[in-house]
Write a protein that binds this ligand. Structure first.
Ligand SMILES: Cc1cc2nc3c(=O)[nH]c(=O)nc-3n(C[C@H](O)[C@H](O)[C@H](O)COP(=O)(O)OP(=O)(O)OC[C@H]3O[C@@H](n4cnc5c(N)ncnc54)[C@H](O)[C@@H]3O)c2cc1C
Length: 338
């Protein structure tokens, strides 16, 4: 691990100022590792301990006042500060009642100890868990190298990897919480170094590997997420979430599905169906959404929607099990709504 200095940020402006004052623009071009924001620190310190990230300075944004609030009202919807922990989301009564899929996703993420440490901003900004990407010995596409080690049909260890949108990078996004957030049409509030604030839909926050192989989201090094906002669900909104893992205790997702549906009786009026661990970023299945629209929620229709979601799947050498796994998980998640 390299030596680094530590700065306790007192405000968002202060944190951004630290990054600015540490780096000239030229230096920033030369290395994006000079200063990093740390919130819960789980992902950041993994990188530093593995020697992949060698920051000169860590700017701790975890204790910035005001970023740790959760509020809900009918007009504003659900507003969660970026430093809210997963444990705080998991135990919030209003979230359990009105945003069940999010409650379930958070409760199934990581372990109780990790949920106490992990923050919402850090969770959606964490990098993927592809073992080649995280290995200092493997210079893969995402790190500017010339190959994807996971894709190799004989030597590639790709059992956990992507089956959709996997033309360039085959990693899957690590956040299973983003699956549920996207299904609720969440938006992300970002402040930049000039103090300007923008709000982007979560669908636009993530960047597909085809668009930019180096990025998983639109965040620039001098930008901070301050809030995640979910619109108020209507009284006819129902939601469900299922996560499949290899181990019973806790594990990263092999396949997870969030469904948020507007219903009229047992008919689906419209649906948001999002898949996690299917693609390099959380994947909204327009095919499944369309297949369910104005259909009764039956096993047959749910299966047809699940199969539609998998029509474009291109499994790798060791992960074709994911296709039937997603078909059954999507079907099961839709049926939870009925
Ligand atoms: C064993 C294990 C199992 C896990 N299982 C799951 C799981 O099942 N599902 C799941 O979703 N997650 C899982 N996680 C992820 C974990 O829950 C954390 O969410 C994640 O590691 C990062 O959160 P953090 O707050 O520690 O972020 P940090 O490590 O502090 O930051 C992560 C990244 O986000 C950036 N960042 C942090 N906050 C902000 C901000 N406000 N604005 C801009 N950038 C920011 C940092 O600079 C860094 O690049 C698991 C982690 C481990 C170690």
């Amino acid at each position: 691990m390299n030596k680094f200095s530590w700065y306790e940020a007192k405000s968002v402006e202060d944190a951004l100022q630290q990054v600015n004052s540490t780096l000239s623009d030229e230096l920033y071009e030369a290395t994006d590792e000079a200063a990093v924001f740390k919130s819960g620190g789980i992902d950041v310190f993994d990188w530093v301990k593995q020697g992949i990230l060698k920051p000169q300075k860590i700017v701790n944004i975890r204790n910035i006042p005001g970023l740790d609030k959760i509020s809900y009202d009918r007009k504003e919807g659900l507003r969660m500060g970026s430093n809210v922990t997963l444990a705080e989301i998991a135990s919030h009564p209003e979230i359990k009642t009105r945003y069940l899929a999010l409650h379930l996703a958070v409760n199934h993420a990581a372990t109780p100890q990790l949920r106490n440490m992990s923050t919402l901003g850090g969770n959606i900004a964490q990098r993927n868990r592809c073992w080649y990407f995280r290995s200092a010995d493997h210079d893969c596409f995402r790190k500017g190298g010339d190959r994807c080690f996971a894709r190799h049909s004989k030597t590639g260890e790709n059992e956990n990897h992507a089956i959709l949108d996997n033309g360039s990078c085959v990693s899957v996004h690590a956040s299973s919480i983003a699956t549920a957030l996207m299904a609720f049409n969440a938006s992300v509030v970002i402040v930049n170094a000039e103090g300007q604030q923008k709000t982007v839909q979560m669908d636009d926050f993530f960047v597909s590997a085809g668009e930019d192989i180096a990025m998983e989201n639109i965040l620039k090094p001098k930008e901070i997420i301050t809030e995640i906002i979910l619109p108020t669900p209507s009284k006819n909104t129902k939601s469900a979430y299922i996560k499949q893992v290899a181990r019973e205790s806790y594990d990263w997702s092999l396949a997870d599905v969030a469904v948020v549906m507007e219903v009229s009786g047992n008919t689906c009026k419209s649906a948001n169906i999002v898949l996690g661990a299917a693609a390099p970023v959380p994947y909204r299945s327009l095919e499944a959404q369309q297949a369910m629209e104005n259909k009764t929620i039956t096993g047959e229709n749910a299966k047809a929607a699940a199969e539609a979601a998998m029509a474009k799947a291109r499994p790798l050498s060791k992960n074709d099990y994911k296709v039937p796994l997603f078909v059954s998980t999507i079907k099961q998640t839709i049926m939870e709504i009925s």
